[in-house]
Design a binder for this molecule. Structure first.
Ligand code: ZN
Length: 210
């Protein structure tokens, strides 16, 4: 069971401090195209110094600084409500990518048939073990309290709250997509503490419906 529930992507490179998965560029580019148009995306990518990735995908993990540069530029270049919508859409698309490519279909089938509380506990563990995709080499912990789970990212290297946003919309949307698909379509995910507001870690709560 344990092996079948692990996300089967490439192994993390623990020497690559503060690098995160390339989806933080690829899916954000797709979200900008979908919500703002290619013209606006080109302007934002150029302003962030990302000309090289206008047409090509990053082949490997990407330094967190570059992601933060892009996210800051989105916050500066768009009305804030639209910038937040772009980051949520990018997170949702990253969740879709993880569902399609990183969680084996057999594991997904098992999770969706389990009682929701057990599925929540198992998915929390799987997500925590594979945190490099959304948290680089930051320390990520998780647990359960009653009917809710939590995930904490200490030293979140791509905290949106520190890139001009009010909190981590992207992470919320990634988790929302995964937990609504595999645990319950009515799950709620919200960030209850953000490093951007001075908290020691970004902490997310995943609540099951009553
Ligand atoms: Zn945060």
């Amino acid at each position: 069971m344990r092996a079948s529930l692990s996300l089967d992507g490439a192994a993390p490179d623990h020497t690559a401090i503060h690098r995160v998965g390339p989806n933080a560029i690829i899916q954000t580019r797709a979200a900008l195209d979908a919500l703002c148009g290619i013209g606006a995306r080109c302007l934002i990518f150029n302003a962030a110094g990302l000309q090289a990735w206008q047409a090509d995908d990053p082949a490997d993990m990407v330094p967190a600084d570059i992601i933060n540069q892009l996210n800051s530029e989105i916050g500066r270049g768009l009305p804030m409500a639209q910038a937040q919508a772009v980051m949520r859409e990018a997170g949702r698309r990253t969740g879709d990518y993880i569902l399609a490519n990183r969680i084996p279909a057999a594991a997904q089938a098992v999770l969706t048939r389990l009682p929701r509380r057990i599925a929540l506990r198992l998915l929390l563990k799987a997500v925590t073990r594979n945190a490099w995709t959304f948290a680089g080499s930051a320390r990520v912990t998780s647990g359960m309290k009653g009917n809710a789970g939590w995930i904490a990212i200490e030293g979140n290297p791509i905290c949106l709250g520190r890139s001009g946003f009010d909190h981590c919309h992207w992470h919320e949307a990634v988790f929302m997509r995964l937990f609504e698909a595999l645990v319950s379509p009515h799950v709620m995910v919200r960030e209850t503490a953000c490093m951007g507001s001075g908290a020691p870690a970004c902490r997310f709560e995943i609540s099951l419906p009553r």
